[in-house]
Design a binder for this molecule. Structure first.
Ligand code: IPM
Ligand code: MG
Length: 370
């Protein structure tokens, strides 16, 4: 039997609550489908800081590097607001992304039909929405040096962050976007700020060149990132795949996520380059939402984004398309039947706890697998 190594990093806040629901699915798949997942678990974020004084220990980092895939919950919370910048909870996630070289962050924003009424936008604007944001994840202003605050000695300080992109970084993320577009509606919209930023000028040039050289069958459009944000809330269905840098991708993906009705619904995949020999990509899967410390442990968290992230893991790391389809269909069916966690609750529906939602999705998977 194939052994598939999963390394779980539940993290802080609701991270452990939602990860528990994924574990139910994994256990069931192992027992009933012989999927051979082997699970190991580590600490990241504030919980790692409390245990080791670092946002992720070297030992857990090594396990993440060795795993077939990492499932990540969420990090952060007011408890760690005062810890030194280098060991703040988010540093654990950033270290994972950087050292695993997870340069491609895939953030789908789909609108489940049952939730079309919970969006802040009119139903007709978002019904049937299916866009994919491809965010560059290991470069740009997140990691560029210098990154510092210096004391100017005259009562003033100066803060510097550095936006840097090299050709190869833009080429490889654009390549991912074009390849994925071919499996969808075959359209890519590239977003940058070439009217103000040199990195935007180069971004635009490199995307245009690689499109002409290798992907001219895909329809390519360029948009300034601010206009892109505006279009996302004006007419989001015009987009298929959006490719953009680390910082714009962070912002635009939160906007896109909220279009769908709840941030609690959206998964993401962060992928590296395929290994030249094994063809396996390093990968980490995480919900787009944060750690919501105010509701942790109360049974109020929505586990759907975490479960949908596991579905992406089945699809992208293990090529288990059929199982991934079943997980996604189970989520959609459960929503269709009116079951809701608190964040997406509305009149006439049934309120479930985190664990009841996990159970309901698993029960639906069982019946879809029969
Ligand atoms: C995200 C988050 C992270 C980011 C934080 C937690 C560092 O907002 O994954 O979108 O800014 O990338
Ligand atoms: Mg973000």
């Amino acid at each position: 039997m194939t052994i598939r190594n999963l390394f779980l990093l539940p993290g802080d806040g609701i991270g452990p609550d939602i990860m528990s629901e994924v574990k139910k699915l994994i256990n069931w798949m192992n027992q009933e489908l012989g999927t051979g997942f082997e699970i190991d678990e580590g600490l990241v974020g504030g919980s790692a800081y409390d245990a080791h004084g670092a946002a992720i220990s070297n030992g857990d980092m090594a396990k993440a590097m060795a795993a077939d895939a990492v499932l990540f919950g969420a990090v952060g919370g007011p408890k760690w607001d005062k810890v030194p910048y280098d060991v703040r909870p988010e540093a654990g996630l950033l270290r994972l992304r950087k050292e695993m070289e997870l340069f491609a962050n895939l953030r789908p924003a789909i609108c489940y039909p049952a939730l079309a009424d919970s969006s802040s936008l009119r139903k007709e604007v978002i019904e049937g929405l299916d866009i994919l944001i491809v965010r560059e994840l290991t470069g740009g202003v997140y990691f560029g040096e210098p990154k510092e605050i210096t004391d100017l000695g005259n009562g003033q300080k100066r803060a510097v962050d550095t936006q840097i992109y090299d050709t190869f970084e833009i080429e490889r993320i654009a390549g991912v976007a074009f390849e994925l577009a071919r499996t969808r509606d075959n359209r890519v919209c590239s977003m940058e700020k070439r009217n103000v930023m040199k990195s935007g000028v180069l971004w635009n040039e490199v995307v245009t060149d690689i499109h002409a050289a290798k992907y001219s069958d895909v329809i390519l459009e360029h948009m300034l990132a601010d206009a892109g944000g505006m279009q996302l809330v004006r007419a989001p269905k015009q987009f298929d795949v959006i490719v953009t840098d680390n910082l714009f991708g962070d912002m635009l993906s939160d906007v896109a996520a909220m279009l769908t009705g709840s941030l609690g619904m959206l998964p993401s995949a962060s992928l590296g380059s395929p290994d030249p020999v094994s063809k396996q990509r390093k990968a980490l899967y995480e919900p787009v939402h944060g750690s919501a410390p105010d509701i942790s442990g109360l049974g109020k968290a929505n586990p759907i984004a975490m479960i949908a992230s596991f579905a992406m893991c089945l699809r992208y790391s293990f090529n288990m398309t059929k199982q991934a389809d079943i997980v996604e269909k189970a989520i959609s069916d459960v929503l269709e039947s009116g079951k809701r966690t608190a964040d997406i609750m509305s009149e006439g529906n049934t309120l479930l706890t985190t664990s009841e939602m996990g159970d309901a999705i698993l029960a639906q998977m069982v019946s879809l697998s029969e």
